[in-house]
Design a protein. Structure first.
Length: 380
């Protein structure tokens, strides 16, 4: 049995940031358990294949999950990005937008618009933030390939059973548990003994998981040729398969376009990925010209069919940003040992990247006071 004083379940942004905060507070007796074999959770990247003339690898990485942040009002996230020394750039918006409204009619050019406040991106994508946090954490504190399935409340401790890909189980015993997973994923994928209070479990089940119903297509090019045509790379379409499209080019690296699918998950599920990609290329060609039909690389990330992100319930709604539920039990045996810290628990920015930072910080602040009274060693 493994016996850290603190167990963090999930190595997405909130889980890694919570570990980073614990380290800065001089608390080192923790473990981060991640079901995937890679870190980052819903922050994921597409690494375009390199060639002899390609720039540094991190400039050919493109976001498959969240891509933007707004430092003008997401100041806690902005402060972290500055402290980690990460470079940022403004989302490219200069030029006309293309709108596709009716089948059989040519797409219409219209004046683009600039977002206020400015949408910002990270050089190397949001994955650069994950990489920076990982570099500052002891590797032995992060265990991948361990999906937590069961939690049992003992008198002073919580036992967690995790499973690897082969189904082999490992038991961990911790004084405090931080849940860095979406509430709905926890409610559907974990069992608790004794059960969570029904009102809390119901609220977690009813909390939509941001990104879960969505899918994203990314196409990579050698040059942003659309800019030469006076286009911003932004487009809207009611024909699809993509409904909203943006420029995803990396300064100093390759160019790219990405789009969010307008098709519901139930439709996407019935279409082979290679066929979906053909339709996406054809749509880009309609919108931006024939060059757009031949990217050097392209990919689809469908979050709806990622078992560590989505549940069946997530496929039934539009994926709006959720309202934050309670992050802990108000009474009973789970009151002082279990806290949710994923982005959906953020009071200000639920579902956003900044929400993962806020929720993790609030969870660690509450935990830090409680750990002062924890026994030094779990009981046998």
């Amino acid at each position: 049995m493994r016996t850290p004083r603190i167990a963090i379940v999930g190595a997405g942004l909130s889980g890694l940031y919570a570990a980073w905060l614990l380290q800065r507070r001089g608390i080192h007796d923790y473990v981060v358990l991640e079901a995937r074999t890679v870190l980052g959770g819903r922050i994921a990247s597409f690494d375009a294949p390199a060639d002899a003339g390609s720039p540094a690898k991190n400039l050919d990485r493109f976001d498959l999950g969240p891509a933007w942040f707004w430092p003008d009002y997401q100041r806690e996230l902005d402060q972290l990005i500055r402290e980690l020394g990460l470079e940022r750039f403004a989302q490219h918006e200069a030029g006309d937008m293309v709108v596709e409204r009716t089948a059989g009619e040519a797409p219409m050019r219209t004046h683009g618009y600039a977002n206020v406040p400015t949408s910002m991106c990270l050089l190397g994508g949001m994955g650069a933030l994950i990489d920076a946090l990982q570099r500052e954490l002891p590797p032995e504190r992060i265990v991948t390939g361990q999906a937590v399935r069961r939690l049992r409340r003992l008198e002073q401790w919580i036992e967690l059973d995790s499973e690897d890909a082969s189904g082999q189980a490992t038991t961990w015993q911790a004084g405090q548990v931080l849940l860095a997973l979406p509430p709905r994923l926890i409610a559907h994928g974990m069992t608790f003994s004794p059960p969570l209070p029904e009102a809390l479990a119901s609220a977690w089940r009813d909390t939509a998981t941001w990104m879960a119903p969505h899918a994203k297509y990314v196409a990579v090019y050698e040059q942003p040729f659309w800019r030469e045509q006076g286009l911003s790379g932004e487009a809207r379409s009611v024909l699809g398969p993509l409904g909203e499209i943006h420029d995803a080019s990396m300064p100093g690296g390759r160019a790219a376009l990405f789009g969010f699918f307008g098709l519901p998950a139930s439709v996407r599920q019935r279409v082979p990925e290679d066929v979906l990609r053909q339709h996406c290329r054809a749509q880009f060609a309609r919108l931006f010209g024939p060059q757009a039909a031949t990217p050097v690389a392209d990919t689809i990330k469908d979050w709806a069919f990622d078992p560590f992100t989505a549940t069946a319930d997530d496929l039934l709604n539009g994926g709006q940003h959720p309202h934050a539920p309670a992050s802990a039990a108000a009474s009973g045996p789970w009151q002082h040992g279990l806290t949710g810290i994923a982005s959906e628990w953020s009071p200000q920015f639920p579902g956003y990247v900044a929400g993962a930072i806020e929720a993790a910080r609030l969870g660690v602040q509450g935990l830090t006071a409680r750990t002062l009274s924890l026994p030094l060693e779990p009981r046998p």
